[in-house]
Design a protein around this ligand. Sequence first.
Ligand code: MTE
Length: 315
Amino acid sequence: MYKFKSKPVLPSDITSESVWLARRRYVQQAVALGLISMAAPYQAWGQERSWSVEENTRWPIDEPPTAEKHIVNYNNFYEFGLGKEDPALYAGSMRTDPWVVRIDGEVERPLELDIEQIRKLAPLEERIYRLRCVEAWSMVVPWVGFSLSVLLRQVQPTSKAKYVRFETVADHASMRGLQSRVLQWPYAEGLRIDEAMHPLTMLVLGLYGKELPNQNGAPLRLMVPWKYGFKSAKSLVRISFVEEQPVSSWMAVAPQEYGFFANVNPDVAHPRWSQASERKIGSGIFAARQATLPFNGYAEDVAHMYSSMDLRRYY
Ligand code: MTE
């Protein structure tokens, strides 16, 4: 069984001091330039409520965030259609309040929590993480939320729990894409328990200091920055501890293209796209591509979890 650490993870536990200091310098400069508004009041979209976002300097990144307009208008959310513009066009019809998330499976204490209860589990943090899609586009986003481990600890997994399965909403009334058989619905993803408990794995409630827009996975999504974007399931309704490795929606339709692990790996090409380089969204089709980094730049924090695995086999 995975051993839960109760001690908070310090930056020095995760990243070497020099890298951490360099990243921290970048964030301080970016804050000074007004690129990022850390610890700014968090204004919910269309609501009176506001709350504060804790400054997070644990995983700063040496790239400026992508312009917000690209992040909310160029999306993959197949429940609303296959086009990149479809989610922004059609996801507005999804009702996100009330919203309940079930946390169950191999646990001592299954729970059903609404978004308010989840939000109160920990102070919200703004973390700038990269996301890279297997289709070779990438982005840098100030996500708002906290480590998924905070939520997972609430339910006390049993000794049988080895993986975590994520299920997202499938609402036929508002999701036109569910008519298509391109994926298995409801959309499902999975992580090994150590990956799910890793402090970088984030439960996201907002971006750019605001509540998540529907097209980005309101009211609650996953963000696993060292894995391809498809691991970051949107609009979560159920999180289950399980004994067997879950079959994700992508594995079910194309196992030869989408493996369970999906770690960003420039050395292992996808059958249809090279994974050696990427294009930052919003940079224009003629912009120079940049080299993709192993584990999307988070190798120092996460590579140890795969040290005994052949990553060509476990892609
Ligand atoms: N979650 C659901 N429920 N449905 C989806 O189609 N697409 C995935 C992931 N999460 C998807 C999903 C894929 S392929 C990517 S690349 C990311 O969401 C995209 O996240 P973004 O639109 O916020 O950039």
